[in-house]
Design a protein around this ligand. Structure first.
Ligand code: 5GP
Length: 204
């Protein structure tokens, strides 16, 4: 793909604090484009269509898959989730730093397709016990759903080694500082820059 730019891809258990970290990064760094995913899961209280997710039916999602509208998609906890290819490319073209919050399956697909553009970060809680209590405290999911998320988290952690960076969110301020540094450094990766173009101009 003839596209340059920086994608910072976050994965990790739901409840590890990825959304709160992204909200902080958006405040601190201009030029961020948070990739709003499409999902078939039920909207939670307080979530807004087009802000947290694009909420669609299973039929619509399957139609979008057939039309190749996704850079990646996966079934997570019994629902579909996917990243729009067009939105991603449009944002990269105008020089935005694109942030993905996607699961391990999605990461593996995206890495296969556009790995050179991706800086990947795995974010987790200090322990499984912490994850369980955060999910219970959050109060957005039933016990049944929490159990699914916990089981999934155990499997996902086994893939953490495949990521470039690993953040344990025990101290939110520290986790935020680490992520800020990673996002800033991603801007100067050679793959983020159209070097052919730069060299051509540099020689003029
Ligand atoms: P939640 O339902 O808690 O918002 O998200 C559940 C899981 O789905 C999280 O691990 C999140 O990273 C993942 N997820 C969200 N959007 C996408 C997406 O577009 N693609 C993939 N593969 N996973 C996603």
């Amino acid at each position: 793909m003839d596209v340059y730019g920086s994608i910072v891809l976050l994965s990790g258990p739901s409840g590890a604090g990825k959304s709160s970290l992204v909200a902080e990064i958006e405040k601190e760094i201009k030029n961020i484009f948070f990739s709003v995913s499409t999902t078939t899961r039920q909207k939670r209280d307080g979530e807004k269509d087009g802000v947290d997710y694009y909420f669609v039916t299973k039929e619509q999602f399957e139609k979008d898959i057939k039309e190749n509208l996704f850079l990646e998609w996966a079934e997570v906890h019994g629902n579909y989730y996917g990243t729009s290819l067009k939105h991603t490319i449009d944002a990269l073209k105008v020089g935005k730093i694109v942030i993905f919050d996607i699961d391990v399956q999605g990461f593996l697909q995206a890495k296969e397709k556009i790995g050179e553009l991706i800086t990947s970060v795995f974010v987790t809680t200090p322990s499984l016990t912490d994850l369980k209590s955060r999910l219970i405290q959050r109060g957005t999911d039933s016990l049944d759903v929490i159990e699914k998320r916990v089981q999934n988290a155990k499997k996902e952690l086994l893939f953490a080694k495949k990521y470039d960076y690993f953040i344990v969110n025990d101290d939110f301020q520290k986790a935020k500082e680490n992520l800020l540094q990673i996002v800033n450094v991603s801007k100067v990766k050679t793959s983020s820059i159209n070097l052919d173009n730069f060299i051509k101009k540099w020689l003029e």
